[in-house]
Write a protein that binds this ligand. Structure first.
Ligand SMILES: [Zn+2]
Length: 205
């Protein structure tokens, strides 16, 4: 089913809360994870996240990404916008970029979940995903792998065209950081200065 039809059906005939299954849809207030906008660090760079990874945020992201529950966009972009606007205010990056997309996922979903959230976030963000990073070889979906396999799966898998200027790296979920680490490497090799990272949800290991 194409995105537009799913989108329409989700609004016309809302299903139940993506987390607990009760009404109202798309998510009841009690199931929206608490946001904190935490400033931590990763590989010596500042790292912002809005939500600690939990069953609730996992259910929301699964419904949004795998079942195209587009009606969850305001909730998810609201959560992420908090950390993202803080990161942008502090770092003033010239560009924002996210990890390259897995083509199979994109085909299966018919839309770009991270790009759609970024486009919906209001405030000084107002920047688009520059899509600076590309895949130079295919990788397996990270969600199927353990920590050490994730690093091997993505090591050396990305490249950027030569460029310069400051960049904020963004993604929806940070698990082991293997993907973000490869993104940082490829950006730096190409000549960019990575100022920091902002993710919606971070798994606390
Ligand atoms: Zn609920």
């Amino acid at each position: 089913m194409g995105l537009m039809l799913n989108d329409l059906l989700d609004f016309l005939f809302p299903t139940k809360c993506a987390v607990c299954g009760a009404l109202p849809s798309p998510v009841c207030p009690g199931c929206i994870p608490l946001t904190k906008s935490v400033r931590a660090n990763f590989e010596g760079l500042p790292l912002w996240y809005s939500v600690e990874y939990s069953d609730e945020i996992a259910a929301l992201l699964k419904a949004y990404k795998d079942s195209s529950r587009i009606s969850l966009v305001p909730c998810l972009s609201g959560l992420w916008g908090l950390g993202l606007n803080e990161a942008i205010a502090e770092l003033e990056p010239e560009q924002i970029t996210s990890p390259p997309r897995n083509k199979q996922n994109y085909k299966k979903r018919g839309f770009d979940p991270v790009g759609k959230l970024l486009g919906d976030i209001a405030g000084p963000a107002g920047k688009r995903d520059s899509r600076l990073i590309q895949l130079k070889r295919s990788t397996v979906d990270q969600r199927k792998l353990g920590a050490s396999d994730r690093r091997l799966n993505v090591a050396g898998s990305m490249f950027c065209r030569p460029g310069n200027g400051t960049v904020l790296l963004v993604d929806d979920v940070m698990t082991t950081g293997a993907t973000l680490s490869e993104c940082i490497r490829s950006l730096q090799v190409a000549g960019y200065q990575v100022l920091g990272i902002c993710v919606l949800a971070k798994r606390i290991l």
